[in-house]
Every structure is written in structure tokens, then in C-alpha cells.
Design a binder for this molecule. Structure first.
Ligand code: NAD
Length: 328
């Protein structure tokens, strides 16, 4: 039985599924198969980015699913993100076009500014990944570049396909890792709506004010790293190593037992019941299925509150590690 995933109506007028598959750290070697498997299981939203460096393989998986008749392109919701070294208008366009070419999917359903940090341009033929934040030897942080967010946002607006801009190749646009002040600033000049705000969001970092502010402004919130420390263990993040796994927290475990679900499903449902979109990543097909099936039960209001009460402002994805304290 294919699970019907509920969707949210974005400010742009397009629908966005409440559960997607995030592909950060999905290895290139397995990415095409994993994206294909995800679509076969019923996923319709794939969350990628230039920074993840697996877009070509993800696109292969998507095209295989389409060519086998599992889905049509218009059934899918493909997201990518503008990386920090390409905030200048001409670089933003060049990166977005290269990224779209890598995916080979015709258009992006959603394109986000990945971080509100503009770093010095890195030529496209300089294969420096994973060292965009630093030089290749990882001894020097890449310097900032003076590009205002207004220039970058205008570039994204000009990528959107409209009757006046038929050459556009993006349907909806948004931002990621922005705080409330900067979202407010973008709203003051945006001519095309900010459809989505993607932020780190889990019971240890609930950011209630930011979530409320975005949703009140008709900006759909996508929460990343829904399992909190879990994703950052493989990066040897000290805070993640020292934190208690959210899968082991009593309140999460007991709610999971009550419903005969897994702690991961409880954590995902805590998001989607509050209209926060989730994009869990897994390299394992059983877990992909489990994560998708998280929409098949409901928590009570009180259980949602108990999970929200775990908040302690604990952030794992912080570019302060490179000297960019954007969340300070
Ligand atoms: P995640 O919370 O999805 O956690 C992934 C970890 O949880 C992996 O170790 C995986 O093996 C494990 N896992 C997955 N399903 C499980 C299950 N059912 N049971 C037990 N363990 C399970 O973390 P993430 O990858 O950091 O975030 C999800 C996605 O969000 C990313 O892939 C990416 O698309 C996006 N993201 C965006 C940003 C941004 O700056 N915008 C930053 C980080 C992640």
C-alpha cells in the first residue's frame, strides 16, 4: 500500500509534501539507488544541495524512476540550495544552472539560500569540496565577501518562472538558517513570496519564536536534523557525542511504546503535526520506509507539549565552528 503523504500549500501556490528525503551525507556511490528506492516507497520530495555534492547521482535516481513509469516529473518536489561562495548575482545564476544540469530534472520546485553567509567566490572548476568553508589544506577560513542578502534574494526571484519570465527554472524560493530579523528584512523587499524557511529543528532546539513568526507570515517551516545529535555523531561533533540520544529519552520512548511506533517516528510526527516539514536522511531502505510511515498516527496535544519541553537551545549545525557566529 502506498502511503499518501499530506502536503502544505506554499505561498507560491504550489504544494509541498510534509515528509521528504534529505540527501546530505548520502554517499555518491549509493545515492542514485537510494533516491530511486525512496521514490518507489512513496517519497515525492527530495532535499538536495550543491554542498552535498551528490546531485548528479540523485538526478539519475529520479530519472530512472520517471523512465520506469513510477512517477511523472510533476509528481515530484525537488529542492536544491545556493551555496555560500555563490551569493553574487552572476555566480548565483551560474551555480543554479550547473546544479540543475547535474540533476537533469528540468526545473527546481524549490531553491533556497543555504546560509546567510556570503563567502569569497571559488571558481567552478576548482574542486575544493569538502573545503568550501576553508582552503583545501583546511588551515585558513574562506574570507567573507561583501554581498548583501538583498542582491542574492533578487537573483533567486529572477530564477522564478512567471509569465513575465518564461525562462525561469524555479517554482518557489526560500531561505535556510536565517533568523527572524533577517527574514523580516527579506519580507520588506521581496516581490516573490518567501515560501519556505529551512532550519535546524528537533526537541533539543525548538526555536518556537522563529517557527511561529515564519508560519504567521505564511512561510512554511522545514525542520532539518529531526533526530538532533544523531546526524552529527558521524562528524565527531563533541556536543552530539555528549548529548543523550533523542531515541533514548524517556518521554519519547514511552510515547513510542504507547503507539507501537519507533522513537524516530514519534520525533517526526511531533514535527508534522505542527505543520513542520521533515526531511530525514537514511542510507537504509527499512528506515526510509519507517520515516515515511510516521504520518500514520497522531500524538495528543499533551504529548506534543511534553516533547517540546525537552528544548534546551542545543544547536549542532553551527558555522560558528568556522568563525561565522550567525546564531549569536
Ligand atoms: P537526520 O535527523 O535526518 O538524521 C540522520 C541520522 O539518523 C543518520 O545517522 C541516520 O542513519 C539516522 N536515522 C535515519 N532514520 C532513522 C530511523 N528511522 N531510526 C534510527 N535512525 C535513523 O539528520 P540530517 O541528515 O542532518 O538532516 C536531514 C536532512 O536535512 C539532510 O539530509 C539535508 O537534506 C537537510 N539538512 C539541511 C541543512 C541546512 O543547512 N539547510 C543542514 C543539515 C541537514
Amino acid at each position: 500500500m502506498t502511503i499518501q503523504i499530506p502536503s502544505l500549500k506554499l505561498a507560491s501556490g504550489y504544494d509541498m509534501p510534509l515528509v521528504g528525503f534529505g540527501i546530505w551525507k548520502v554517499p555518491r556511490e549509493t545515492c542514485a539507488d537510494q533516491v530511486y528506492n525512496a521514490i518507489k516507497l512513496g517519497y515525492r520530495y527530495i532535499d538536495g544541495a550543491w554542498d552535498y555534492q551528490n546531485s548528479k547521482e540523485a538526478g539519475e535516481g529520479v530519472r530512472r524512476a520517471i523512465s520506469e513509469g513510477l512517477v511523472k516529473r510533476e509528481d515530484l518536489f525537488i529542492t536544491s540550495k545556493l551555496w555560500n561562495n555563490y551569493h553574487k548575482r552572476e555566480h548565483a545564476f551560474e551555480m543554479a544552472k550547473l546544479e540543475l544540469e547535474a540533476w537533469g530534472v528540468g526545473y527546481f520546485d524549490l531553491f533556497l539560500i543555504h546560509f546567510p553567509i556570503s563567502l569569497e567566490f571559488i571558481p567552478f572548476d576548482e574542486l575544493r569540496w569538502p573545503c568550501f568553508w576553508t582552503d583545501a589544506a583546511q588551515t585558513k577560513v574562506t574570507p567573507l565577501s561583501k554581498v548583501p542578502i538583498s542582491e542574492t534574494w533578487k537573483a533567486l526571484e529572477d530564477m522564478v518562472q512567471t509569465p513575465e519570465n518564461p525562462a525561469g527554472f524555479v517554482r518557489s524560493i526560500g531561505v535556510s538558517n536565517f533568523q527572524s530579523q533577517l527574514v523580516t528584512d527579506v519580507l520588506s523587499y521581496a516581490k516573490i513570496p518567501v515560501s519556505v524557511l529551512q532550519i535546524e529543528h528537533h526537541p533539543y532546539l525548538t526555536q518556537p519564536g522563529l517557527t511561529k513568526m515564519a508560519q504567521e507570515n505564511n512561510i512554511a517551516v522545514t525542520g532539518y536534523s529531526s533526530f538532533g545529535p544523531q546526524s552529527f555523531l558521524e562528524l565527531n561533533n563533541k556536543d552530539a557525542i555528549n548529548a543523550k540520544s533523542l531515541f533514548e529519552v524517556d518521554v519519547v520512548k514511552s510515547i513510542a511504546e504507547k503507539y507501537g511506533k519507533t522513537p524516530s517516528q514519534v520525533l517526526l510526527r511531533w514535527n508534522t503535526q505542527r505543520n513542520v516539514i521533515v526531511i530525514p536522511k537514511s542510507n537504509n531502505v527499512d528506515r526510509l520506509k519507517q520515516n515515511l510511515e510516521s504520518v500514520t498516527f497522531d500524538l495528543s496535544d499533551d504529548e506534543i507539549k511534553q516533547i517540546s519541553a525537552l528544548n534546551k537551545g542545543l544547536r549542532f549545525n553551527d558555522p560558528d565552528a568556522f568563525g561565522f557566529p550567525i546564531f549569536a
